[in-house]
Design a binder for this molecule. Structure first.
Ligand SMILES: Cc1cc2nc3c(=O)[nH]c(=O)nc-3n(C[C@H](O)[C@H](O)[C@H](O)COP(=O)(O)O)c2cc1C
Length: 188
């Protein structure tokens, strides 16, 4: 299985980057790929809908690499820091630019049927990890992903991290379970 992990944080080696890389390490026998949005230029969507006709975005920026990787993968692990109880602006820009995968004249969005899941990293307990995961899940649903949770035994919303990722043992457990469930769901 080809698994893509994306960190939507402005920090190259921050908590979200560490959480997503930790998730990928859990499935290292699969083919994995990591993209961090730190330092990347991803312009916000301007709603021109050129992509609906041309299949291309008017912006020639770093989203090109993300488009290619999203087509490539069988499963997507999308991580975001919690910003004001929601996804970061970087993550949201990526999500909006994925309108290109939803051409209205085709029966299904082009990412249909892939597995998708989320990881949210916040500074505080109850800081908005669940609402951030809801943002991620809504995006994945709109792209017709098969959205999964963190699996047995708790089966809650996905990966939830508080504070320093590698010191948050419970948070790491939610990621372990998320990735185990991802492989299980991929097996069918
Ligand atoms: C603009 C901004 C807003 C934030 N809002 C929240 C918040 O609502 N809830 C929370 O728990 N943490 C919040 N934080 C803290 C970050 O989510 C936290 O530090 C996280 O670990 C950062 O991840 P990163 O290291 O991958 O960037 C905020 C941080 C910033 C910069």
């Amino acid at each position: 299985m080809r698994i893509l992990g994306i960190s939507g944080s402005p920090h190259a080696d921050g908590n979200t980057a560490r959480a997503v890389r930790y998730a990928l390490a859990r499935v290292e026998s699969d083919e994995t790929r990591y993209i961090g949005l730190s330092g990347k230029t991803i312009n916000p969507c301007i709603g021109c809908f050129s992509c609906a006709k041309s299949h291309r975005c008017v912006f020639d920026d770093d989203m090109g690499e993300v488009y290619e990787a999203m087509r490539w993968c069988d499963a997507l692990v999308l991580g975001s820091p919690v910003y004001m109880g929601m996804v970061s602006g970087q993550t949201k820009a990526l999500m909006d630019r994925c309108v290109l995968f939803r051409p209205s004249y085709e029966r299904r969005p082009r990412l249909s049927g892939k597995i998708g899941c989320g990881i949210a990293c916040g500074g505080f307990r109850n800081g908005g990890q669940e609402t951030t995961l809801q943002n991620i899940h809504t995006f994945l649903l709109q792209q017709n992903f098969k959205v999964i949770n963190d699996g047995f035994p708790y089966s809650h919303a996905g990966g939830t991290v508080v504070g320093e990722t590698l010191e948050d043992q419970l948070g790491l457990q939610t990621i372990d379970r998320l990735m185990d469930n991802l492989r299980e769901m991929a097996r069918g």
